[in-house]
Design a protein around this ligand. Structure first.
Ligand code: ADP
Length: 375
């Protein structure tokens, strides 16, 4: 929740999450300093749906804002397909078009749209703005969007879209403010959280990214496999007799750091473990990230800067070290002391690649888009 000053600049008023919808819902809101303003737990309450929980949040938000008026709600929508290249005001026709994209992101898009419908029911006249995770990648060269499959399927939308766009857009914007020279160059942003991807950005625009048709592609993640030989999936189905639902569950929820370590999907837990399997999972995570970075360097035709962001990228010095060591052949020299301290610039002065840590802020990006669309 953001409030606007007289120049329409957003200031964070409260942030939080609603989690475990359909199981034991939890709602938490904190102020900008992290102090908890609201915490509600509904133990084993499976009947509270998106609409009921959003009503709780909305009523609290209105109360929290006091005499300030709610002027709009911005939503993160995972998929904008080929049509939505920029954030837009949601009307019935747009909502219908977004419904049609649910088959492209069945695990995320329906939940995004449920939130929009819930607000429609609570406050039908309130403007709602959709901000897409795919939009930042919309204008890449056609070659970066194609799979080598029959072209009719490409025309049907089976193509590489890319995700985490709001995070990449925020980082590109922030780079322009703090390091205009680097922002004009060839930069890889490593968004390393539970979901993880890399994006090659040149002059502030996405050139190539590791996620493709779905958010399953590319890097190894907390519970997702990342890119995998498609023949393995055929083998699961034909030789092992797995159903599509079982393959989906395996690749989205039981693979990645969790699958390889057998211990946890959480990088902190693996870093704290002495198990050989934890070390193997961490090493594979770093190896895959460096390998994909090498691919993006080819798309970018070189590299001037590397930015680490999201939970692991911002906080885990060990992972940053491993990835940077594997990229030493590019002339990248890490300043290990600065890295351990988590400073803004963690490369040595003589490094051919400037390495930065930048805290991502997708919510602020949504707020900025929402203000702009409202005009
Ligand atoms: P999501 O994709 O769900 O937004 P996050 O960006 O929160 O994920 O990243 C979650 C990952 O970041 C976990 O693996 C977690 O261990 C790691 N992480 C988050 N905060 C820290 C921290 N303070 N120190 C080390 N690791 C952290």
């Amino acid at each position: 929740m953001f409030t606007l000053d007289e120049t329409n600049r957003p200031t964070l008023s409260a942030g939080g999450q609603i989690e475990q919808i359909g199981l034991s819902p939890k709602l938490v809101a904190r102020d900008a300093d992290g102090t908890v303003l609201l915490r509600r737990d509904w133990e084993n309450n499976t009947s509270l749906d998106h609409a009921a929980l959003l009503k709780e949040l909305f009523d609290w938000g209105v109360d929290h804002l006091g005499d300030r008026e709610v002027i709009a709600i911005g939503h993160r929508v995972v998929h904008g397909g080929t049509r939505f290249a920029a954030p837009c005001l949601i009307d019935a026709e747009v909502l219908h078009a977004l419904d049609d994209l649910c088959s492209l992101a069945p695990l995320h898009q329906p939940h995004n749209l449920a939130g929009i419908r819930a607000v429609n029911a609570i406050a039908p006249d309130l403007p709602q703005i959709a901000c897409f995770d795919t939009a930042f990648h919309h204008d890449r060269a056609a070659v970066a969007t194609r799979f080598a499959i029959p072209r009719a399927l490409h025309e049907q939308g089976i193509r590489r879209y890319g995700f985490h766009g709001l995070s990449y857009e925020y980082i590109a914007r922030r780079l322009r403010e703090i390091d205009p020279a680097m922002a004009e160059g060839r930069v890889i942003v490593a968004h390393l959280g539970n979901g993880a991807s890399l994006c090659g950005i040149r002059e502030g625009r996405s050139v190539d990214t590791t996620m493709g048709f779905t958010a399953l592609d590319g890097l190894m993640m907390g519970t997702r496999s990342g890119a995998i030989d498609p023949g393995v999936i055929l083998h699961f189905q034909t030789a092992l007799g797995m159903s599509a639902a079982e393959v989906e569950d395996l690749l989205y929820k039981r693979s990645g750091l969790l699958g390889v370590s057998g211990i946890s999907s959480d990088m902190r837990a693996l870093a704290a473990s002495n198990a050989v399997e934890a070390e193997e999972a961490i090493e594979l995570f770093a190896w895959r990230a460096a390998r994909e970075a090498g691919g993006l360097m080819s798309s970018l035709e070189g590299l001037d800067g590397l930015v680490f962001t999201a939970g692991i990228g911002e906080n885990n010095a060990g992972i940053r070290t491993r990835i940077c060591q594997r990229l030493a052949w590019t002339g990248l020299v890490l300043d290990e002391a600065a890295n351990i301290r988590g400073e803004a610039i963690i490369s040595a002065p003589e490094s051919a690649v400037t390495v930065r840590i930048i805290r991502t802020d997708e919510e602020r990006m949504i707020a900025l888009h929402t203000i702009r669309v409202l005009g």
